[in-house]
Design a protein around this ligand. Structure first.
Ligand code: MSP
Length: 509
């Protein structure tokens, strides 16, 4: 078996409750984690919360709370949401945990001992919302924006430790060149390359004008810059610095899934810190796009923030998961609207998958007393279904390995449409009327077998629906332990299996 697979989401700020953007990255990472498990790999899937920094401190104070009180409240909203959305994370890290403080100080000291950190003074602009230092040019650009849309930019002048980022320009560029898979998709890689080619300035990695952060052990007047702190979560959770065995098993990460807005932190700062600390770099940082809401940017002031709890409650968890990954290619921007969710439910889900399952199992109940019949009398049209199934499987594996979720779903749905058409073309009801039972049996066996394969393929995306279909087919094994391999082989469905059509998988709107 190949090496273990390690995938992460960004850790989310606790200044605000979760919205669709947070749900999107986490669901996408969950799909990948579940897919890798289905392929038989040992998986470690991490998510968590980013709890330090000026933004959190300020939000807490404004609400008359201690920062840790705010964090303790909001973290529950995230952890609960992941349960509701059926997220299979193996760990949930909070940056306020002791294990993380140890880890951050260790990597800081390692980099310092290497000679890459010096004490100086930072004078310049700071964007509190993004917790980012910004240049004079960026500042001027922000000032041209209408006031309501402008981020809070502050002038900062304080003693600070600096990381010698400027010395890593060539090594970073060389890494991007030698590892094109490090930044995906390609257009994002080009953006990062031109940014780094433009020259890198040393990075301030500590703050002295507020205290909500991890103090530097050797100079407690400073708290460590929140992005230095946050990025380190990815190694803390796999045992850095004390659990060497776990680090060996999972580090370097296979994927950091992030939104396009935080790509620079992950592909410039983070690899430079790791290089300096003598640690390996993650294999791939994959940046996804942003959701707009009915054509508008999502924002509190517009009042159009999408609450994932509500969508999941209104339409169902698996519908929400399916929609997010089917609607836009992973990596591109897209638009969310209830109408498009309903369009997917009525079309792909109810008319496509739901209909295939209910009509196939309904006929097995009607004509064979609910027992999957034996495929007695084959015909050439059946071969086409079998070929289509293996073609679908190959496409699916290829697309999943490329992180092309919507294409993978598209190929499953082509197969669903194909099998629905096979039923229309062979008209089992008229074979039943004519008493051609052997032929009828073969067709219904093929339908059930197709459904078995489809449920394996959709299981990373729609785990509950896949399990429901599995149960309807009378199967009592675990889909994941059967694995993607068992979708490659046609005919594994036992013809004695007892099906139960039950209620519809999806209701129409
Ligand atoms: N705390 C940092 C990440 C640190 S990782 C070491 C952070 N947190 S966040 O809560 O602000 O955002 C987390 C993620 O949500 C980002 O990946 C961001 O791209 C994503 N999204 C926020 N709004 C979004 C949309 N409207 N659409 C899609 N994703 C969006 O950044």
């Amino acid at each position: 078996m190949s090496k273990s697979f390690y995938i992460t989401t960004p850790i989310y700020y606790v200044n605000d409750v979760p919205h669709i953007g947070h749900a999107y990255t986490t669901i996408a990472a969950d799909v990948m984690a579940r897919y890798k498990k289905l392929c038989g790999q040992k998986v470690f899937f991490l998510t968590g919360t980013d709890e330090h920094g000026q933004k959190i401190e300020r939000t807490a104070r404004e609400a008359g709370k201690e920062p840790i009180e705010l964090a303790d409240e909001v973290v529950v909203r995230f952890a609960d949401l992941w349960k509701v959305l059926n997220i299979s994370n193996d760990d949930f890290i909070r940056t306020t945990e002791q294990r993380h403080k140890v880890s951050v100080n260790k990597i800081f000291k390692t980099i310092q001992d290497k000679g890459d950190i010096y004490l100086g003074e930072y004078e310049g602009w700071y964007d509190v919302r993004d917790e980012a230092y910004i240049t004079d040019t960026q500042y001027e650009e922000f000032m041209e924006m209408p006031e309501a849309k402008r981020p809070i930019i502050e002038r900062v002048k304080e003693k600070s430790y600096f990381f010698k980022l400027s010395e890593y320009q060539d090594r970073l560029l060389e890494h991007y060149r030698n590892h094109p898979e490090f930044i995906r998709p390609d257009n994002r890689r080009n953006e990062v390359i031109s940014f780094v080619e433009g020259g890198l300035r040393d990075l301030s990695i500590s703050r002295t004008t507020f205290s909500w952060g991890i103090p530097i052990e050797s100079d407690t007047e400073h708290v460590i810059y929140v992005w230095f702190d946050a990025l380190t979560n990815y190694i803390t959770a796999v045992g850095y610095p004390n659990d060497k065995e776990m680090m060996n098993e999972y580090w370097p990460a296979d994927f950091h899934f992030v939104g396009k807005d935080i790509l620079r932190f992950h592909t410039v700062y983070w690899p430079a810190f790791l290089m300096s600390a003598g640690l390996e770099l993650p294999k791939t940082v994959f940046a996804h796009g942003w959701w707009t809401i009915e054509g508008e940017k999502m924002s509190k002031s517009l009042g159009n923030v999408i609450d994932p709890y509500r969508i999941a409650d209104e339409f169902g968890v698996d519908v929400f998961r399916y929609f997010l990954l089917r609607e836009i290619p992973f990596g591109q921007d897209g638009d969310f609207s209830k109408d498009s969710v309903i369009g997917r439910i009525n079309g792909d889900l109810a008319n496509g998958l739901g209909n295939l399952v209910s009509r196939s199992l309904g006929m097995v109940e009607k004509y064979f007393d609910g027992q999957v019949p034996e495929a007695l009398q084959a015909a050439s049209i059946d071969e086409k279904v079998i070929n289509k199934s293996s073609e679908t499987l190959n496409q699916y594996v290829g697309f999943m390995d490329e992180v092309a979720f919507s294409k993978a779903l598209f190929s499953i749905w082509e197969f669903i449409t194909y099998v629905n058409k096979y039923i229309d073309d062979t008209a089992p009801w008229s074979l039943a009327k004519k008493g051609q039972t052997d032929r009828l049996a073969a067709i219904l066996y093929n339908c059930c077998e197709s459904i078995r394969i489809i449920s394996i393929l959709i299981s990373p995306f729609m785990p509950q629906t896949a399990a429901d279909i599995w149960a309807k087919l009378g199967l009592d094994t675990d889909i994941v332990s059967n694995g993607v391999e068992s979708a490659k082989e046609w005919g594994l469905l036992n013809s004695k299996s007892k099906v139960a059509k039950g209620s519809n998988l999806f209701s129409r709107y």
